[in-house]
Every structure is written in C-alpha cells, then in structure tokens.
Design a protein around this ligand. Structure first.
Ligand code: ADP
Ligand code: ZN
Length: 617
C-alpha cells in the first residue's frame, strides 16, 4: 500500500485512494485479470497508471480515441510520468521519438489504438518489449449489447492468445450486466477480479425540464454558468449551427461541433474549448469522447438521448473534477417517438437494424420512463444500473429540490385538449390540434372549418411550445394515442374517455415552473468558500502559462486545485504541497509562480504582504 501511495503522491499529489482503486491497482500489480466498472470521473486512469510504476515494467493501454491519447500522454508528462503513444496520426519524427523512448526502457505506459494492435507483425514487436499487462479502456465498445459498439474492438479477443503471459484488465464506465458478461467473454478474461463501483455521481445536479423553447431555455441555464465550460447536445448538424449562432449573438463564446465539419475545423473547436477560448460547445454526440477537460460545469441535452447509457455517458462529461455541475435535459416525448420511428426505419433497411430493433426500442423506453416519471433522478439512474440508492433524498435533482411543479389546472387543460382531438374527428396530428386550441386562423384551420368549432381558441393564452409539450405529456401518460407512420394522428383511447367524463384526474407537469433553480456557488470539493477574485487571477495565470507552453490550461492545474488554492491561500511551498492535485513535479515547476500570485494584492490597501515593503505609488 505504501508503494502505491508513494506513487500517487509523487506524480499527482493524491494522498488517498478512491473506492475500488486499491483493489484495481493490486490486481494490476499482481497481474490478475480484472474487470473494473467505475463511473466517469471515478478515477479509472490511476488504476492502470500506478501498477507498472510500482512493478517497474511496461504496460499497454488500448484506447479507442487517438485525440484523447495525445492528451493523456501530455497530461502525464506534465506530472513527470513517462508514457508514450503509437497511432496513425503521428508524424514520422514523432513515431521515431516514441520508439526511441520505448527502447530506452523508461516509459511505463504505451497507449495504442486497437487498429494499431491488429497490424501484422506488431504483436511480435510488442512481445520483445515485454509487456506486463494490457489495460483495455472503454471496454464496453467490444459488446454489441452496449450502446457504443466498435467492430475494431472485436479483434482484442486475440490478445489473450498472442500474449499468454500478460494479464488483461478491462475498464468501462457504463456496463449493464449483459455488457459485463460480454466483455469477460470476448476478451477471454481468466477468472477476473470484478470491481463494480457506485454509479451515482453525487456532484451532478440533474434536471429534466419540459421543453418549450430550446433557445430561451438553454440561455437561461447557461446564464447560471457564465464564464464556465458547458456542452449543449443537439440532434442534427443544422441545429447545432443555428443554436451556436444564437448563443453568440447573445454574447456567449460558443461554437458548433459535428461530424459534418472537416477535420481541421473539428480540431480547432476542440482546441479552442480545451484552451478556454470558447466556453460553450453546441454539438452532436460526436463531441466529448475526444476531450479531457474536467471542469465542464454544465451539460445540456436539448432532446432525449437514445438510451440511459448514452445519457449517463454524456452527462458524465460534466464535473469530472468532483465539483458541483449541472445536467439539464429538455424533454418532450415527441423525441422518443422520433427515435422509435428512426429505429423502425432502420429495421426495414438493414439486417443489422432488424436484429437490434427490439433492444433499441427497449433502450428508448427506459429513457422515456426516466424522464416521464417524477422520482429522484439519482435513484432512478442507480436502479437502472442495478444498484441500490439508500439515501432518502439526493438533494441534487429537480424532483428532490422540489422544482418540478404540477400545472394547477391540469385536469381542465387535459379535457380541453382531448375535446379538441374529438372535435377535429381524431384525424389530425399534434400541430393542427395545437393550432385550433390556440385559435389560429391559418389556411389549414379555416379551410377545414375548424375555426368555427367551440374548442377553437379555448387555450389561446398558452404559448404554442408549452401547449405542444402538454399534448405530448398526455401521450406519454397514455391518456391519448398518437398513431400512424407517415402522418401520425391523435386518437382518443379508453383513458381519454374517462378523463372527458370527469372520472379521472390528470397531473401534468408545469412547463414553466415559477421556482427557478438557484445559481450554484463556487466552493471547493470540501465545501469551503473561495476567494472569487483570487480564483479568477489564478485562472488567468494558468491560461498564460498554458498558452506559453502550448498545452491546455487543465493540464497545468485543474479547477479543483485552483479553487483549493483560492480558499486556503498557502504561503509556502510546503503548505502548497498539501493542496489537492499538486505532485512533486508540479510543485517544483509551477509552485513559485502560483505562490507569487497568491500573495495578497500589494495594490489593495491594508493588505501589504508580510516582510515586503509596501508598493510605492
Ligand atoms: P475516469 O477515467 O474514471 O473518468 P479519471 O481517471 O479521469 O476518471 O479521474 C477523474 C479525476 O479524478 C481526475 O482529475 C483525477 O486526477 C482524479 N483522481 C483520480 N484518483 C484520485 C484520487 N485517488 N484522489 C484524488 N483525485 C483522484
Ligand atoms: Zn433526487
């Protein structure tokens, strides 16, 4: 244990281990196969970084994303940890340098892409290097029961045969029981130690809010996070661009990111985000895998993710530093219907689509229930991943914070909507019904004489976005049916009749609740108050040093470290060594500059630094 802590202190300044890290590290040192399931931010990297140092050997990390690999190697270098990577995106010179390093015997970790491993003759070369263990990161990619299957991961099954001496260690953040079994089977793990951590992320505040107006709602959330890093997920490329434009004209530094951009443009956005030149990225789900910024304070979904696994993974990008972060999902059941439609289309078009259809529909259904039910979000997520949630209230979700409100006249509103569906002959879709209820006089309404109906305009005070959301809430609660493929129409069912006859009460969620979420306060991970001005000064210093060195600021120090510095204000290097996230190399390298910045501002009256003459004016 001492050897482990000595290593974590030296490189990262960590004085203790997180849950299951010790067990995972021991398995690595003893070269016993393992399957480690820890939530994002749970500290998986440490589990494969420590063993080769303690054991004095070279291990290999297989990771699916090359961009992440470079970040990892650079980040390790900043801590003085010897690691190299080999992948197809390197220049000849970089590759040569990596090989020279490897031959020197210094590196403890070699990062490889699965494609690289599969290259002919490569296994022979690796064998000669004497690899002690293989860590397979994002191991769920090997399972087609997962949500992120990658065919190239299947080849990792050959590792066992090619390296009978080495141990195999699988790491993932998202794994249901079935995916776990798949990983063990596909990798051929031998009686692995299974370590499954708690999935709950207590520092994330979850909110699921009825979607009525994306632009307005996103802006409202982002205003709570001024100057902080945020990711907004949208479904289509066009949506990302138009929202990014809108945010920029509202004065935010935002950029769009999607797979349709060329590679240079994508890299530019990633780098600008990593270097804190942009605070908000509006992206399709393609964004996030390649970034390693741990201080993302807010993740917004403007539509329903396709599965709880996706949701967990995407929200998992928030608050990886352990500090409070907010995850907002703007929900309409219309999204679920759209995903189901797409899945069915896919099933008609390809064999693969047909085979996976039932699984996909099931995954969408779980996500829909997560959103549509007013129960603790933390608990719901834990239960989904097969874990108990003993806490009575999480204190960190819209439900437990009492933010979700019931629409005061739910039943009356529901009856008006249902009457309208009846009056237009159950032959029209949501948008037409909304138009009639709001008293629209447009062609589609007048042409059919619907402006003469008694229900015309009976909900004209309700904004269209709100009304649309309410109609979908009825569909979600199965108080109304929506059927038909090409042009879905609203139809009444048994339950609708019960509501219309006054036999059934309805509870709808108020799409625009009066109780607004509080603005999160910036505290240290231990809940101490921080000196906000000092924090901003430290951030500026971090940016300056990072830009001089050409690395992203988070590689200098994480926000968590800066906040701890801004709260405790160490005055000596020894005191600074006690602060979170400062290891030997960083203390020597960055300590003096940050100590200077931490001295009380000589310009502010009454705060002269001890032992120094007051600034002369
Ligand atoms: P994961 O890969 O599981 O998402 P990381 O390995 O990136 O998580 O770790 C998340 C954060 O937690 C990092 O900033 C890391 O430095 C920090 N961390 C990991 N282990 C510890 C520890 N034992 N003590 C303190 N911080 C830790
Ligand atoms: Zn809760």
């Amino acid at each position: 244990m001492e050897a482990i802590l000595e290593t974590t202190r030296r490189f990262w300044g960590h004085d203790s281990l997180r849950p299951l890290q010790e067990e995972a590290i021991r398995a690595g040192i003893e070269r016993r196969d393992s399957l480690v399931v820890l939530p994002t931010g749970g500290g998986k990297s440490l589990c494969y970084q420590v063993p080769p140092v303690v054991a004095g050997r070279l291990d290999v990390v297989v990771s699916p994303l090359i961009s992440l690999m470079k970040d990892q190697v650079d980040g390790l270098a900043a801590c003085g940890y010897p690691a190299v990577a080999l992948h197809s995106n390197q220049t000849e010179a970089e590759r040569k340098e990596a090989w020279e390093e490897l031959r020197s015997g210094r590196p403890r970790l070699l990062f490889l892409s699965p494609e690289r491993l599969a290259l002919d003759g490569f296994t022979g070369v690796l064998s000669r290097l004497g690899v002690g263990a293989f860590a397979v990161d994002e191991a769920h990619c090997i399972s087609h029961w997962g949500h992120d299957f990658r065919p190239e991961y299947r080849r990792l099954g050959r590792l066992r045969e090619a390296f009978p001496e080495a141990s195999l260690h699988a790491y993932t953040a998202t794994a249901t029981e079935r995916v776990r079994e798949d990983i063990v089977l596909e990798l051929g793990l031998r009686d692995p130690v299974r370590l499954v951590g708690r999935f709950d992320r207590p520092n994330l505040v979850y909110r699921v809010i009825p979607r009525v107006d994306v632009r307005r709602q996103v802006l409202e959330v982002l205003r709570r996070h001024r100057g902080e890093a945020a990711i907004v997920y949208r479904i289509t490329r066009k949506e990302t661009e138009s929202l990014a434009r809108a945010l920029r004209s509202a004065g935010l530094s935002a950029a769009a990111y999607h797979a349709g951009l060329d590679k240079a443009a994508r890299t530019a956005v990633q780098e600008a985000f990593a270097n804190e030149r942009i605070q908000v990225v509006v992206a399709t789900v393609a964004f996030g895998m390649g970034i390693d910024r741990s201080d993302v304070r807010c993740v917004i979904h403007t539509a329903l993710p396709k599965s709880v696994e996706h949701y967990q993974q995407e929200t998992g990008r928030a608050g990886r530093d352990g500090l409070e972060a907010e995850c907002v999902l703007l929900y309409s059941v219309a999204d679920a219907l759209r995903w189901e439609e797409l899945a069915r289309k896919g099933a008609e078009e390809t064999e693969e689509g047909r085979r996976t259809l039932p699984a996909r529909i099931e995954l969408i259904g779980h996500m829909k229930r997560f959103c549509g039910t007013l129960r603790c979000r933390h608990r719901a997520l834990s239960l989904y991943f097969g874990q108990d949630y003993p806490e009575e209230s999480c204190g960190a979700c819209d439900v437990c914070l009492g933010e979700a409100e019931v629409l005061p006249d739910s039943t009356e509103t529901a009856r008006k909507i249902l009457s309208c569906v009846a009056r237009v002959g159950q032959r029209f879709g949501v948008s037409h019904v909304v138009k009639v209820l709001r008293g629209s006089g447009d062609e589609g309404v007048r042409g059919r004489g619907h402006h003469r109906l008694g229900v015309h305009g009976i909900l004209k005070e309700v904004p269209a976005g709100v009304l649309t959301n309410l109609v979908y809430q009825l569909v979600d609660q199965e108080l109304l049916d929506r059927t038909g493929d090409e042009w879905p129409v609203l139809r009444l069912n048994r339950e609708s009749m019960a509501v219309l006859r006054g036999e059934k009460k309805v509870l709808l969620q108020a799409p625009a609740p009066k109780r607004k979420p509080r603005k999160p306060r910036a505290l240290t991970a231990e809940g101490e108050e921080i000196d906000a001005d000092l924090f901003e000064r430290l951030r500026a210093l971090r940016r300056e040093i990072a830009s001089k060195r050409g690395i992203p600021p988070y590689m200098i120090f994480s926000d968590r470290t800066l906040r701890a510095l801004a709260a405790r204000k160490p005055e000596t290097l020894e005191e600074m060594r006690e602060v979170y996230g400062i290891g030997d190399k960083k203390l020597a390298d960055l300590g003096p500059a940050f100590l200077r910045a931490l001295r009380p501002d000589p310009a502010s009256p009454g705060k002269e630094p001890p032992g120094e003459p007051p600034a002369s004016s």
